[in-house]
Design a protein around this ligand. Structure first.
Ligand code: GRF
Length: 196
């Protein structure tokens, strides 16, 4: 499948996906001048920067995004540091083929600053979640999780680094599994198939 990676920041997960060999055919960023765009260029992947402030309304931004996805023949979406909610029309069109990476063990600590939230809360365990995207915010059916310990002596920086290490390992493998139809969404159920 031809995937688009939706990004907006540092791009370390994009880098992990491209190094792993995931078929990312387009990178879309909602921010200009971010490192993720440099990563895409280094791997010769075409980029589109779509700035929300260039559009009069949210709907216009989302329509432009959907048009790009259709025009470019994008079949699946991997969100990685894309800090916007996807429009329901896009969620519908890409149902079962759009996934997100979240730096906590959902349903704990949804939303922004999940690593900080878990750290401040004093949890002993947190982690990484990959899920199919639905109409809610970080609520979609969970495909995979990795548990990550938070040690007593950890700084926030230490915890973030450990979580990112696990993200970089997990996300490309789940993109691959979705790409190859090894994991599919049936209704709201995540089904793992025998490998083909
Ligand atoms: C990751 O921690 C991911 O879980 C979250 O945003 C961060 C993106 O990091 N959704 P990067 O841009 O891939 O380095």
């Amino acid at each position: 499948m031809k995937w688009a990676a939706l990004v907006g920041g540092y791009g370390s997960n994009l880098e992990a996906m491209l190094e792993y060999g995931n078929p990312i055919g387009l990178v879309i960023s909602h921010k200009a001048n971010v490192r993720a765009l440099e990563v895409a260029k280094r791997f010769h992947v075409p980029t589109v920067t779509l700035l929300p402030k260039a559009f009069p309304m949210r709907e216009a931004f989302d329509q432009a995004l959907l048009k790009i996805l259709r025009d470019e023949g994008i079949e699946a979406l991997a969100l990685a540091g894309y800090l916007r909610w996807l429009d329901p029309a896009i969620v519908r069109e890409y149902k079962g083929r759009a996934i997100n990476l979240h730096p906590a063990l959902l349903p704990s600590f949804p939303g922004l600053n999940a690593i900080e939230q878990a750290f401040e809360h004093g949890v002993f365990w947190t982690g990484v979640t990959v899920h199919f995207i639905d109409d809610g915010h970080d609520t979609g059916p969970i495909i995979a999780q990795a548990a990550v310990p938070r040690y007593r002596e950890d700084t926030l920086f230490d915890l973030r680094e450990r979580i990112q290490y696990h993200e970089h390992h997990l996300y490309p493998r789940i993109v691959e599994a979705v790409d190859q139809g090894i994991v599919v969404l049936e209704g709201t159920q995540v089904i793992w198939k025998e490998s083909k």
